[in-house]
Design a protein around this ligand. Structure first.
Ligand SMILES: Cc1cc2nc3c(=O)[nH]c(=O)nc-3n(C[C@H](O)[C@H](O)[C@H](O)COP(=O)(O)O)c2cc1C
Length: 179
C-alpha cells in the first residue's frame, strides 16, 4: 500500500509537519509506503478554466500539479494537510488541489483520502470540511479518527505539546491499516 502525503504548509518543519510525523510513525510500523510532496512554498498558479485538460488529460501548466497527478494515480490513498489561514486552507494548496482534481484523469474511486489541519486556535473544522470536499466529489472514501483531524500550535514545533492532536493523528493513520 502506498500513501501520498501532501503538505500544504510553507513551513516544512512547522506544526502541520508535526501532525504528519505522528502519522508517518504508524505508517512505518505497518510497512505502509509513503511518498511526500511539499507544496506550501511553491509558486502554484490557480486554475484558469481553459478546459484544455479535457483533451490533454493533464493541466496545461506543466508543473508540480502534473507531477502529483502521476503520483496520485499510483497511490492507494492520499493525505492532504494544511495550516489554517483565515479559517481556510493555505491558498497555494487550494490552487494546487483545484488544478489536480480537475485536470487529473486517473480513476480516484476507492482511493482513501484523509485531510489534516493545523491552527493556532480557530477554523479547523471549516478547513477540514473544505479539504474533504475534494475526496467526496471523487468517489473516494474518507478516513476518519477519534476527533476531526486537527492539531493546534502557533510557532513552529508548538504542536508537539498538543497530545490529543497527536493522538488523533496516530489513530487516523491506524484506520488506514484496516482499509
Ligand atoms: C496568513 C495566516 C492566517 C492564519 N489564520 C489563522 C486562523 O484563521 N486561525 C488560527 O487558529 N490560526 C491561524 N493562523 C496561524 C497558523 O494556522 C498556525 O501558526 C499554524 O501552526 C501554522 O502551521 P504550520 O506551522 O504548519 O505552517 C494563521 C497564520 C497565517 C500566517
Amino acid at each position: 500500500m502506498n500513501v501520498l502525503i501532501i503538505n500544504g504548509s510553507p513551513r516544512e518543519n512547522g506544526n502541520t509537519a508535526v501532525a504528519l510525523k505522528e502519522m508517518k510513525q504508524i505508517f512505518a510500523q505497518e510497512s505502509i509506503e509513503i511518498t511526500e510532496l511539499n507544496v506550501g512554498s511553491k509558486a502554484i498558479r490557480g486554475c484558469i478554466a481553459c478546459g484544455k485538460c479535457g483533451t490533454l488529460g493533464k493541466c496545461v501548466f506543466d508543473d508540480t500539479v502534473n507531477e502529483a497527478a502521476l503520483l496520485l494515480a499510483k497511490a492507494d490513498g492520499v493525505v492532504v494537510a494544511s495550516p489554517v489561514y483565515y479559517a481556510s486552507a493555505n491558498g497555494n494548496l487550494i490552487s494546487f488541489l483545484d488544478r489536480l482534481f480537475y485536470s487529473s484523469h486517473c480513476d480516484l474511486a476507492m482511493k482513501v483520502g484523509a485531510s489534516v489541519v493545523c491552527a493556532r486556535r480557530g477554523g479547523c473544522s471549516a478547513t477540514f470540511d473544505e479539504l474533504n470536499k475534494y475526496f467526496t466529489i471523487s468517489g473516494m472514501p474518507v478516513a476518519s479518527s477519534q476527533y476531526w483531524n486537527s492539531i493546534h500550535g502557533r510557532l513552529p514545533g508548538e504542536a508537539e505539546q498538543d497530545e490529543e492532536g497527536k493522538q488523533t493523528m496516530r489513530a487516523l493513520a491506524r484506520t488506514w491499516c484496516f482499509s
